[in-house]
Design a protein around this ligand. Structure first.
Ligand SMILES: [Fe+2]
Ligand SMILES: [Fe+2]
Length: 245
């Protein structure tokens, strides 16, 4: 029967996808809920001290940090759902379904947190550019590379940095969860990219190098902007200055 064939999941010749499936299982085990965060028990973001001007400046700085992470996770929803749609392999589709859920939950958490911190600040245009380069990349290999192999690896150290600057807050707790989740997203991307590149020719591999070279200047510009944009040195120490690590 045709439907029988359609739902059959061939196991033969699929050994290469073992790594992707391990991340699928891990992602399901690691799933958490926004209600698990310590809402109401801890302050949402660090509480400023000093003059009212200084407290207001710190609060603005934190709202800008939260807004950029909210923006990044909204874009991650677009990118992961695109990957879920275009990946031809069922193992990858199973995994990407968990990643779409993760990025949606991250967005939900940032929306709630930014609301508690007083609302959103300005968008970061460099982040939009980074996302468009990935969404408009020509091949699946490039998209997986740019988002999961490259960007999600780099963002983990930023979460750790924000967590260290926001001890005893909901923000710290959220950043630890996101560092773990993006570790899984990165690992799964590495595992899938390895399978995709097994059969890739020289031209496809060269495209990845070219894509990284297009992305890097935008990434560097984003980091410069976030360093220059933080005027409150005390609160911004460590958060904006990821280069110091
Ligand atoms: Fe995320
Ligand atoms: Fe992610």
């Amino acid at each position: 029967m045709a439907t029988g064939q359609l739902i059959e999941m061939p196991a033969e010749g699929r050994e290469a996808f073992g790594g992707v499936l391990r991340f699928y299982d891990l992602a399901k085990r690691q799933e958490w809920q926004v209600k698990d965060l310590p809402w109401g028990e801890l302050p949402p973001i660090p509480e400023g001290k000093g003059s009212p001007e200084r407290v207001a400046r710190r609060n603005d700085m934190w709202r800008s940090v939260l807004t950029q992470q909210l923006q990044a996770d909204m874009l991650a929803c677009d990118m992961s759902s695109q990957l879920l749609n275009i990946a031809p392999d069922h193992e990858a589709k199973l995994y990407y379904a968990t990643m779409v859920q993760d990025e949606s939950r991250h967005t939900e958490a940032w929306l709630k947190l930014v609301g508690e911190a007083g609302g959103t600040a300005e968008r970061d245009p460099h982040l939009d550019n980074l996302a468009h380069m990935t969404l408009e990349a020509d091949t699946l290999e490039e998209k997986v590379f740019l988002m999961q192999v490259f960007y999600e690896r780099l963002i983990i150290s930023r979460f750790r940095l924000i967590a260290r600057s926001a001890r005893g807050t909901v923000l710290e707790d959220l950043c630890h969860r996101l560092a773990t989740d993006d570790g899984i997203h990165h690992g799964a991307g590495m595992a899938y990219e390895r399978v995709l590149l097994q059969a890739a020719d020289k031209k496809t591999k060269q495209r990845l190098v070219d894509a990284a070279n297009r992305l890097l200047p935008e990434f560097a510009a984003r980091r410069r902007a976030s360093e220059g944009g933080s005027r409150d040195r005390g609160a911004a120490r460590g958060v904006a200055g990821s280069r110091r690590r």
